[in-house]
Design a protein around this ligand. Structure first.
Ligand SMILES: Cc1cc2nc3c(=O)[nH]c(=O)nc-3n(C[C@H](O)[C@H](O)[C@H](O)COP(=O)(O)O)c2cc1C
Length: 211
């Protein structure tokens, strides 16, 4: 079973993070879930969801909500330095931070490692495993852009939640799935959330006129 660390931070876009959690569990991966205090506020605001402060309670309630199997969903406190992903000896297969605040992004770019989310990201980068960041802010300052460049140069995948419209989305769920599909691709998790461009199934007939 592959092990993915998923961190939710307090940026707008919690539906992406929760849908990602659901898809990872459905795909049979073991999920090590982390979330910040600000993520708890945003989850309440955007999804009317209470993310419990106690990790054990969080694993129980989120596991029930998403039908996780026994021990498939593990939740860790933000200062649990005994958690596996705090060490390069046990980093897991990949990590996503979705949504990712500019604060957490800046802290990772600066190598702070001051809480378990920042430390896990620091570890996964140094171990050369995939780190997918889904940063959300608009507009972006040069500080944000500098930090993103620094992280991309260190090997992180910067994946802004910028859904395409060429799939002709009809609902908010379609837009969310577009972004989550790209995150899953970069985590190496199979899915069929969105039809792939050029797939025979989806391909329209050839153009009949040249102009
Ligand atoms: C409803 C809400 C939406 C927010 N949206 C964003 C956002 O899109 N991007 C961002 O960088 N910060 C956003 N913030 C501010 C962060 O939550 C704040 O900077 C916090 O300290 C980040 O902490 P964290 O990185 O530990 O989650 C938002 C806060 C709230 C309450």
């Amino acid at each position: 079973m592959r092990t993915i660390t998923l961190a939710l931070t307090g940026a707008s876009g919690m539906p992406y993070g929760l849908r990602l959690l659901e898809c990872l569990l459905e795909a049979g991966t073991r999920v090590q879930l982390l979330y910040s205090a600000a993520a708890q506020i945003v989850a309440k605001q955007e999804c009317a969801l209470t993310l419990p402060t106690q990790p054990r309670e969080a694993a129980r309630s989120l596991g029930e909500r998403y039908g996780a199997r026994q021990d498939q969903l593990l939740v860790y406190a933000r200062d649990d330095w005994l958690a596996p992903m705090a060490s390069g000896s046990n980093p897991g297969d990949a990590m996503a931070i979705c949504p990712c605040t500019m604060g957490t992004l800046g802290a990772i770019a600066g190598g702070l490692a001051d809480n378990l989310i920042e430390r896990a990201a620091d570890v996964i980068l140094k171990e050369r495993r995939p780190l997918v960041l889904v940063p959300r802010e608009t507009p972006l300052s040069t500080i944000h852009l500098d930090n993103m460049l620094r992280l991309a140069q260190a090997g992180a995948i910067i994946l802004p939640p910028a859904p395409g419209f060429y799939t002709q989305p009809r609902t908010i769920d379609d837009l969310v799935d577009f972004v989550v599909a790209r995150v899953l691709d970069h985590l190496g998790v199979a899915h069929d959330l969105v039809a792939r461009w050029g797939d025979a199934r989806e391909r329209p007939g050839p153009p009949t006129e040249t102009v």
